[in-house]
Design a binder for this molecule. Structure first.
Ligand SMILES: [Fe+2]
Length: 415
C-alpha cells in the first residue's frame, strides 16, 4: 500500500512539475489584444493575474516556422501592473492586471508573443497578423452588435463562426453591450470563455454600451480588461477608452461614447467638438464611426433624437461612410444624407450578435430590416470599394452591398 501511495505521489508531483513550463494557477488569464492608435504598427496586450503575481512580461517578435528554443531572438518588455476595484451586488472585487503596449512593429507580417513571467508561468505562444501599410490593399474586419446575454451558451457560436469565416480579419469591432451587467465580473468571465483564443489573436476595437454603465459611470472592468487609445477629448477622463480613434492605412475607426452623449450634455458637446476636429484631419479613404445607440432605430419607440441633432450634420458635412451601431437587438440598415433616406450619404447599420431579440418595425429609413436573427458582419475595403456582408449565426449570407467611391460620393450597389 505504501508503495502505491509513493507512486501516486511521484505521478502527481511529476504532473505538477510540468506546470513550471506551461500553464499554472498563477499563469495569465483573460488575455486581450487591442490595436494601438496606429493599428497596423502596434498592439496592446492586457491580462489578469492572481494577486500573488508581481511581474508581467511580454516576449514577442516576428513569427517563426520552428519550435521556440532560443528566446534571445525575441524582444522582451515589462508590463505595467494595475489593481482595480469593482463593487457589484454589495461585494467588492479586487483584480490585478498587467498591460503593455508594443509599437514600431512591421506592417503586413505575422507576429508571435506570450505573456507571463518565468516564476509563475507563461501563456501559450500566440500569433497575430498586422495589416499591410497600403491604403489600396484589401483589408477585412468583423463587426458585431450586442453580445450581452447567454454569452457562453448562445453567443460563442456567432463569434466562432465569424472567425471561421475570415480568420485573416484585422480586427473585431464591438458596438457595445458586450455583457448585460458591466460591473459583474462573472459575465466578463463568460465573455472571455466564449471568445477563447480569438480575443488574444485578433485585436478588438470596442465602444461601450449602456449595459457597461451604472448611474452614468463606466464600469471599472472596462478599463481593467481593455487598453484602448486615449486620444479622445483632452482632459475628459470619463471618456478614456470609450471615445477615441484608431487608424489603419485605408480606414479611420472612430468610437463615440453613446451613453455619455445620451446622459451628459457637457460630454456630448465635448464629443461633438472633438469629432469635428478628428474628421477635419482624417486622411484615410474610408471613415467608419461606431457607437452603441443608433442614429436611426429599428423600432419607433427607441428613437435617439438628441444624438441625431448633435451629430448628424457633422456626419453629412464630412461624408462619413458608415456608422456601425447596436442596442436595438434587431437588424436594420439604410443610407441617408442631409435630405433623408435614399442611395446617397452615410450608411447606418444596426445589428445584434447575442440571443436577446426585439421586434423590428417597418421604417422609412431602412433598406433592409430583420428580427430574431443572430448576426455577424464581414467588411472589406479594397481600393475604392467597401464590401459589406452580413451573415447569420449559422454562416449563411443574409445581407450584402458594396459602397463604391466616386467623385459624387459613395454609390450604393446592392448585391
Ligand atoms: Fe443597449
Amino acid at each position: 500500500m505504501r508503495l502505491y501511495f509513493f507512486l501516486i505521489t511521484i505521478l502527481f508531483c511529476g504532473l505538477n512539475g510540468t506546470q513550471a513550463y506551461g500553464q499554472s494557477d498563477q499563469s495569465p488569464s483573460r488575455i486581450m489584444l487591442n490595436p494601438l492608435e496606429e493599428g497596423h504598427t502596434g498592439v496592446s496586450v492586457t491580462w489578469r493575474v492572481p494577486m500573488a503575481v508581481n511581474e508581467g512580461v511580454i516576449q514577442y517578435g516576428p513569427a517563426i516556422p520552428n519550435p521556440v528554443v532560443d528566446l534571445s531572438i525575441f524582444e522582451s518588455k515589462e508590463a505595467d501592473m494595475r489593481i482595480d476595484t469593482v463593487e457589484y451586488n454589495g461585494v467588492t472585487l479586487i483584480t490585478k492586471n498587467f498591460r503593455v503596449k508594443i509599437d514600431g512593429l512591421t506592417p503586413g507580417i505575422k507576429y508571435m508573443y506570450r505573456v507571463g513571467n518565468p516564476e509563475d508561468g507563461w501563456s501559450e505562444w500566440i500569433q497575430f497578423d498586422l495589416a499591410v501599410d497600403h491604403p489600396d490593399s484589401s483589408f477585412t474586419f468583423i463587426y458585431l452588435g450586442d453580445p450581452q446575454n447567454d454569452l457562453h451558451s448562445q453567443w460563442s457560436r456567432v463569434l466562432r463562426q465569424a472567425y471561421a469565416t475570415v480568420p485573416h480579419a484585422k480586427f473585431l469591432l464591438y458596438a457595445g453591450d458586450l455583457v448585460n451587467k458591466g460591473y459583474n465580473d462573472v459575465e466578463w468571465g463568460d465573455w472571455y470563455k466564449a471568445g477563447g483564443f480569438i480575443h488574444r489573436t485578433v485585436p478588438s476595437i470596442m465602444t461601450p454600451g449602456n449595459h457597461e454603465y451604472t448611474n452614468v459611470i463606466l464600469s471599472p472592468l472596462w478599463r481593467t480588461h481593455f487598453t484602448l487609445p486615449e486620444n479622445g477629448p483632452e482632459g475628459e477622463e470619463a471618456l478614456y477608452g470609450a471615445c477615441y480613434y484608431i487608424d489603419y492605412p485605408s480606414v479611420r475607426v472612430i468610437s463615440l461614447d453613446g451613453e455619455q452623449i445620451d446622459e451628459d450634455p457637457e460630454l456630448r458637446l465635448a464629443q461633438v467638438e472633438w469629432l469635428e476636429a478628428v474628421l477635419e484631419e482624417t486622411k484615410q479613404p474610408w471613415t467608419i464611426l461606431t457607437l452603441h445607440y443608433p442614429f436611426y432605430s429599428t423600432k419607433p419607440n427607441r428613437d435617439n433624437p438628441k444624438l441625431r441633432k448633435a451629430f448628424k450634420p457633422i456626419l453629412d458635412k464630412y461624408n462619413v461612410d458608415l456608422v456601425l451601431q447596436g442596442h436595438d437587438h434587431g437588424y436594420g440598415r439604410g443610407m441617408l444624407d442631409e435630405k433623408g433616406p435614399g442611395n446617397e450619404g452615410t450608411m447606418y447599420v444596426v445589428s445584434v450578435s447575442g440571443p436577446k431579440m426585439y421586434d423590428v418595425g417597418d421604417l422609412d429609413w431602412m433598406q433592409k430590416g430583420g428580427s430574431n436573427l443572430q448576426l455577424y458582419q464581414v467588411l472589406t475595403t479594397d481600393n475604392d470599394v467597401l464590401q459589406y456582408r452580413s451573415y447569420t449565426a449559422d454562416g449563411k449570407l443574409y445581407d450584402a452591398f458594396d459602397l463604391q467611391k466616386s467623385s459624387e460620393g459613395n454609390i450604393l450597389i446592392e448585391k
